[in-house]
Design a protein around this ligand. Structure first.
Ligand SMILES: *Cc1c(COP(=O)(O)O)cnc(C)c1O
Length: 454
């Protein structure tokens, strides 16, 4: 390939046909989820009321590779393989000797990486006779991805959208409805838990943890209904590894290996999806990139949370997950990156971080929006607020290269576009984006509620 390329594209015939499971390659496996009543490891039967067996088996698999069903690949082909882009115009604007690459997932129908897992999740549910899926959505990306995927298989989709986001982002709701989903603001008046919260505060802004509790309660009560989670769990990260597998091939096409890999972490799925195939290469000694997680300073799970067993939801209904957590009752300040406002982190990403295989940094949203704007003005794409965190960390790294004169190769995930997040850019341009100080006292109080298991 000539050396002046912008886009590195794979032919459709080279869509990966297997997902990669990093767990067998790790020095030790991550601690298992625990049943909240017995505190024994949660087995497949404990998860069966919520997920179909096909996904539960992927959640616990010890295989290194899992075949992607042909019928799933046929849907993924609507947008995959996604392009790998060389950010030459951003490099020029930063006057850096670094080479910046981004893997762009905004080309999917819903505009983010989320359909990479929504499609197989809908597929396995449909294959087991499930007629309806429930879920939560914060920023609206996951709800729209699942609504799209359910439409592909003719199953119903019911979404609890965090109330603050439901009010701020009416077009995300419309998008879900276009694909046939039913959308409730959360807390809602259709579940007991939602009604109890609305009785306390009719204007309750909601949170991801609350919306998860509502969606789970509806699925658990109905035999033909299951629940779908858009991040955090092993099977979700497994499905997202298609991102990193493609990126590995694309970088090889232009003769590059990354020195630094950067991704934003909300629940860990776009980061894991890009990073885990590269971690395999690193563990095998074939390359040695620094792998960096970027999170919002207002929701600093990896950098300031504790690594303990905690609940995945606010009503304490999920299995206990060993993860970095800010406490299941933690309600982050209303930063615009709604997808990064989760109190916990993928247990797999948490475990890998504890093993010392990754780094983490927290960045304030004003620095992220500045980087997002610079990216839009150079590369053209308006990033979603979540990946502006990865872009801000990429800019930091590229400027450090300018200082040191090193020409590092940086790879990042541009996991979604921001076309339905323009209100946040409007606020940034108007100068009304605030940063939030999360005090040690407030954090300590929230972490106190995390059970201490011996
Ligand atoms: C959901 C979402 C995130 C956060 O989730 P991860 O599992 O951490 O990837 C980040 N960016 C976008 C665009 C999202 O839709």
């Amino acid at each position: 390939m000539a050396d002046d390329y912008y886009r590195v594209t794979l032919p459709e015939s080279e869509i990966p046909t297997q997902w990669y499971n990093v767990i067998p390659d790790l020095p030790e496996p991550p601690p298992p989820p625990l049943h909240p009543g017995t505190l024994e490891p949660a087995g497949p039967d404990d998860l069966a009321p919520l997920f179909p067996m096909g996904l539960i088996m992927q959640e616990v698999t010890g295989d290194s590779y899992v075949d992607i069903p042909g019928a799933v690949i046929d849907v993924l082909r609507l947008w995959r393989p996604s392009p790998l882009m060389r950010a030459r115009r951003l490099e020029q604007a930063l006057d850096t000797p670094a080479k910046i690459f981004y893997k762009y997932e905004g080309v999917s129908p819903a505009g983010s990486h989320k359909p990479n897992t929504a499609v197989p999740q809908a597929y396995y549910n449909h294959a087991e006779g499930i007629t309806k899926l429930t879920t939560e959505t914060g920023a609206g990306q996951w709800g729209s991805a699942l609504a799209f995927a359910c439409a592909q298989y003719g199953i119903e989709c019911e979404v609890w959208q965090v109330a603050a986001s439901y009010r701020q982002k009416p077009y995300r709701k419309t998008m879900m409805e276009v694909w046939g989903a039913t959308v409730h603001p959360s807390p809602s008046n259709v579940t007991d838990y939602g009604r109890s919260l609305l009785a306390e505060d009719p204007d309750h802004p909601g949170s991801l943890g609350i919306a998860i509790s509502e969606a789970i309660s509806m699925a658990a009560a109905n035999p033909n209904v299951r629940y779908a989670l858009g991040s955090v769990l092993n099977h979700v990260l497994l499905h997202q590894t298609i991102i990193g597998e493609e990126a590995l091939r694309q970088l090889a096409m232009v003769g590059e290996t990354p020195d630094v890999l950067v991704g934003c972490t909300g629940g860990g799925s776009n980061f894991g999806g890009l990073a885990l195939p590269f971690l395999r290469e690193k563990l095998a000694g074939r390359m040695s990139p620094v792998i960096r997680c970027v999170e919002p300073a207002a929701c600093p799970t990896l950098t300031r949370g504790v690594y303990r067993y905690d609940f995945g939801d606010t009503a304490r209904t999920t299995p206990l997950l060993k993860m970095h957590t800010l406490g299941h009752g933690f309600i982050p300040e209303p930063i615009h990156a709604g997808g990064l406002r989760y109190h916990g982190m993928s247990p797999l990403v948490s475990h890998i971080h504890e093993l010392g295989l990754t780094e983490a940094v927290a960045i304030d949203q004003s620095e992220c929006f500045a980087a997002g704007l610079q990216f839009a003005r150079t590369e053209g794409i308006v990033p979603a607020p979540e990946p502006t965190h990865a872009i801000a960390a990429t800019v930091r790294e590229a400027l450090a290269c300018k200082q040191s004169g090193q020409s590092k190769t940086i790879l990042t995930a541009l996991c979604g576009h921001g076309h339905l997040d323009l209100a946040s850019y409007e606020a940034y341009i108007a100068g009304s984006i605030a940063d939030f100080d999360l005090s040690d006292e407030a954090l300590a109080k929230s972490i106190q509620a995390v059970p201490v298991l011996t």
